[in-house]
Design a binder for this molecule. Structure first.
Ligand code: 5GP
Ligand code: MN
Length: 324
């Protein structure tokens, strides 16, 4: 299906003749990695000079994706002709500076920075992977192969919580079905790699994190955290905390879940907010310089601020937005 909004981006990339960096956001998730990898394999097929970059290592649960090993760690001294910011609202979300003559953004977050008329930003898309699918299919649907489709499927599956988050609509299932039937994606293979390969240390860490949960605001807000000491004790990585926040959200009566991760090396408290019901957590995170979506958003606080103050600031801001 040809969509005219995609034509400028297709033409721009088709005619682009320089060094391209596909950049994933820090704390990479399945959507930023799956989307960037789909673009990577496709652009290589089209003879483009393209690299992948991210500040953080690719988490173990995404390492099965072909090409994940090709990521270079950012920052790099290398200067690129074009940096494509994938699944992030601005180049700041890469977490480190990158040198480029030109930027382009392929994303589904609202707001943020705009770089050129061929930016592809669809705030209603459930995942950046869907935007990437439309870009590639408007360019050359026959060049999409099983590998590329698997990367797209991974982005779609992870950002929709494996097809159950509120951003899951009929179109998501239609696209997933096409990726399976036409391009040969194996959903069980993807799910098994992402969800069934937990290191034991992750579960031990989860046990501590679950223990930290407390309820606030008459049971409508759940607070959960992980301290750097716990990570060090277990030899755990930041990526081991992926999706922990969903346990806090899952509690009956909870409408907003707060998860706070102490990242000593970066000197920050990394905050993840999730909501169910009608509360827009992106608005809360924006107050603290972060952002995201209605049901999932994030922000950071400096480690100098005591944890209880961070929690209080968040609780106050949540209460202010009331309808809770
Ligand atoms: P997570 O809590 O999983 O890190 O992120 C949830 C959502 O919020 C994702 O869409 C992510 O891109 C966005 N997000 C997380 N942290 C930040 C941040 O510091 N700034 C902005 N603008 N978005 C963020
Ligand atoms: Mn995304």
């Amino acid at each position: 299906m040809l969509v005219k909004e995609y034509v400028p981006a297709v033409e721009f990339l088709k005619n682009f003749d320089g060094k391209i960096l596909l950049a994933s956001h820090e704390n990479p998730d399945g959507d930023t990695v799956g989307s960037a990898l789909a673009l990577y394999h496709f652009l290589k097929k089209k003879g483009k000079n393209v690299k992948l970059g991210c500040k953080d290592p690719i988490p173990y649960f995404l390492a099965f994706l072909p090409g994940a090993e090709d990521y270079i760690q950012l920052p790099t001294e290398e200067e690129f002709d074009l940096v494509v910011v994938v699944d992030a609202s601005s180049v700041d979300r890469l977490g480190v500076p990158v040198k480029a003559k030109q930027f382009m953004r392929i994303d589904h977050h609202k707001g943020g920075d705009f770089y050129c008329e061929c930016d592809l930003i669809e705030v209603d898309a459930p995942a950046t992977a869907k935007v990437v699918y439309y870009l590639l299919s408007n360019w050359d649907a026959d060049a999409i192969d099983e590998t590329i489709a698997t990367c797209i499927f991974t982005g779609l599956a992870t950002d929709t919580g494996f097809f159950i988050n509120p951003n899951t609509d009929g179109e998501v299932f239609q696209l997933a079905s096409l990726l399976v039937d036409k391009y040969g994606v194996n959903p069980h293979y993807v799910a098994e790699n992402i969800r069934e390969r937990n290191p034991l240390r992750r579960l031990k860490l989860l046990s501590k994190a679950l223990d930290s949960i407390r309820l606030e605001n008459h049971g409508k807000v759940a607070v959960m955290y992980v301290l750097q000491d716990w990570l060090d004790e277990l030899g755990a990585q930041y990526a081991d905390t992926e999706s922990f926040v969903n346990y806090a959200r899952s509690i009956d009566g909870v409408e907003v879940a707060i998860f706070i991760l102490e990242k000593a090396k970066e000197g920050v408290w990394k905050v993840s907010l999730r909501s169910k019901g009608n509360f827009d957590v992106s608005v809360v995170c924006e107050q603290f310089g972060g952002g995201g979506h209605k049901y999932a958003a994030g922000c950071k606080f400096p480690l100098e601020k005591p944890l209880e103050e961070v929690i209080n600031d968040l609780l106050k801001e949540i209460e202010k937005r009331n309808n809770l």
